[in-house]
Design a protein around this ligand. Structure first.
Ligand code: GLV
Length: 361
């Protein structure tokens, strides 16, 4: 018998991907030398060269995270994959988890932990608010969590949260310290070992300027002890660190199964955007990779963004989660972090402000 469903026309034409300035909170533009690596031949997942590449990736992540942790891998998936992997592997149903919520990412982790049956306690601030070490210690003492979660780069609010001293508090109270650096790694300094962070993860498509689809994560000895001495199996097979650590040669046994990897290029940068800052983030705690801008009176934010995309081929974004309608966000990450790009972004904003004013917003 023959096929009755013809190939769709879209499959018969070449894929179009327009050139855009990706000045939002990620993905960011990928430099040509990294894009070129994507055109290398495919090799088998069990070829010796693949293990070499994976070892190199692991060493790159150890450098970017400033850690000597052996349990350092890059997951297939977005930052959410690493987020779920961290929670699923270190927490068992019924255990107490403490989550700092001051934007969307804490809320996301709280939901993930609730879905797997953890007993979740939230410390809540308005978007862009930060938690003092004293407040954190009081909450840890009260809720006795096995895991405390903090977002280092809260991209929905434009806040870079201080981390110093929190790892020590967690150690003192026998709790693991989990830090999300998806929007900050490579843009704001973080030192996993020195800062006593037990589990750290990031994404590839932000300040690291790689394509989306892989999420570096690292676990120290304390975290490994907790996750490999569980009574129950993690709820996800795909994200079970027993398997993943084997794929990555972190368990001392021969690697067995399929792994998909992409190249990984750590890349320190600084942010050169110094535009109008929203009132809700303290100047000192601004996230260098994503700048939040208060939406000026008399403007509709969606219209500003659409105008900038249409006339300047430039992506900027609105708020996310609790910051929707409050802010616009501009990110100049890694390779994009150039003064000329900042000038271009400011020009585009100025042009949009000139042309999008409403009599009443
Ligand atoms: C992340 O994906 C963001 O929009 O901040």
């Amino acid at each position: 018998s023959s096929v009755t469903i013809p190939p769709p026309a879209c499959m018969l034409r070449p894929l179009e991907a327009p050139l855009r300035y990706l000045f939002g909170p990620g993905p960011s533009n990928v430099p040509p030398r990294i894009l070129a690596v994507g055109a290398k031949p495919i090799i088998g997942h069990l070829h010796p060269e693949m293990y070499e590449i994976m070892n190199d990736i692991k060493r790159g992540i150890q450098y970017a995270f400033q850690t000597e942790n052996n349990m350092t891998i890059s997951m297939s998936g977005s930052g959410h994959a690493a987020m779920e992997c961290a929670v699923f592997n270190t927490v068992e149903p019924g255990e107490s988890v403490l989550v700092a919520v001051n934007g969307i990412w804490g809320e996301r982790v709280a939901e993930i932990a609730e879905r797997m049956g953890a007993n979740v306690h939230r410390m809540v601030k308005t978007p862009g608010g930060y938690f003092s070490n004293k407040e954190i210690e009081q909450a840890v003492e009260k809720h006795k969590p096995v895991l405390f979660f903090l977002t280092h780069g809260e991209s929905s609010a434009g806040l870079c949260h201080p981390v110093d001293g929190i790892g020590d508090i967690c150690r003192k109270h026998n709790c693991l310290f989990l830090v999300d650096t998806v929007a900050s790694l490579g843009a704001a300094p973080i030192f996993m070992d020195k800062q006593n962070i037990d589990i750290l993860y990031t994404g590839s498509q932000k300040a690291l300027n790689a394509p989306p689809g892989t999420a570096p994560i690292s676990f120290n000895e304390r975290a490994c002890h907790k996750m490999f001495n569980r009574k129950t199996k993690p709820v996800s097979y795909l994200f079970d660190m027993t398997h993943l650590s084997n794929y990555w040669g972190c368990d001392g046994k021969p690697a067995r199964l399929i792994v998909y990897v992409t190249h990984y290029v750590p890349h320190w940068c600084c942010n050169v955007v110094t535009t109008v800052i929203s009132s809700h983030v303290l100047q000192d705690l601004r996230l260098p990779s994503v700048t939040t801008i208060a939406i000026p009176d008399g403007y509709e934010w969606r219209e500003l963004l659409a105008y900038i995309m249409k006339h300047h081929q430039m992506e900027m974004t609105g708020g996310l989660g609790p910051s929707i309608g409050m802010v616009m966000r501009i990110g100049l990450m890694g390779y994009n972090c150039e003064k000329t790009n900042a000038d271009m972004a400011l020009n585009a904003l100025a042009d949009a402000l000139k042309n999008c004013k409403k009599s009443k917003a």
